[in-house]
Design a protein around this ligand. Sequence first.
Ligand SMILES: C[S@@+](CC[C@H](N)C(=O)[O-])C[C@H]1O[C@@H](n2cnc3c(N)ncnc32)[C@H](O)[C@@H]1O
Length: 302
Amino acid sequence: MAQQPAETVSKGELRLCARLGLDEAGTQSLLAAMRAGMSSRGAVVLTARAPEGYVPPFACENLGADWLPPRVYVPAVGEKPTSYPDYAEGFYYSLDLSSCWESACLSQVPPPASSLDMCAAPGGKTMLMAARFGGQNHTANEVHPGRRGILRQNLQQCGYPEVEVTGLRPDQWARNGKTFDLLLVDAPCSGQSLLCKGIKNPGCLSSSMVNGNAKRQKGILLSAAQCVTPGGHIVYTTCTYDPEENEKVIAYILKRVPGWYAVEVPELECFRSTLVPFPAYRLLPVHGAGAGGFCCLLRKEN
Ligand SMILES: C[S@@+](CC[C@H](N)C(=O)[O-])C[C@H]1O[C@@H](n2cnc3c(N)ncnc32)[C@H](O)[C@@H]1O
């Protein structure tokens, strides 16, 4: 029988695996996940519209994971949560499990008197925050006008009319002098994890894409740091793997901006990054909780 030709490994793939410090087995596992594109894992978060005591109408899995945020359910394999009338009613919002795990960072944050989601559309992180703390005194900001419309519509649909929707750039927030107890920065990134969901993302492994995103992320975080009250927090997240857009962005901020430190999140210990001495967390497809991403909780000293 003729042998299948071995798939060639690109320079970008090799660079990424080397930067992540993966051994041979880890490299093979990540490359296989990127090629298979099957790592998507669904989740839903209950919204303000869900009646008291509501449970979703579809079968759910019990992951038994400490990090699963409150009011988040994992539909059993084969279930399609968006096909139920309750979805159209806005009782829950559907997203990837790997967009939920980072919300465990909020377990280390006291209920904020005010909060800002700086990169909010289409609204997943705002919904997760609201599921824990409620939507009062929360601002959902999105710079892109088209995406802002979708954000507004999703918040309306899910019962959060009290959330203020804005469209300022991070540098404009930094200049306007308003501060918040909690900032969510789900930064625009190269989106390498999309490959593991079977979504084409040409160029996401290239140096120019990664470096361009890292530069933008540093700018966004520098602005975000100016918008936090003393003792307040930033949750920084991305859906990409490259340390240049993750650990290195945090290391840059910790060095550049005095008075900030990274906070341990005990529920996320199994995802702790070994690339840096401070607490930061990365999810890979091998963890079985979706396509993956990165998060770090930052606190501003009092
Ligand atoms: C990863 S997405 C946010 C997803 C959202 N947090 C959610 O959970 O549904 C990043 C968002 O940042 C916005 N964005 C792009 N460039 C930006 C910039 N320079 N500053 C702030 N936000 C930006 C994008 O339009 C996009 O909506």
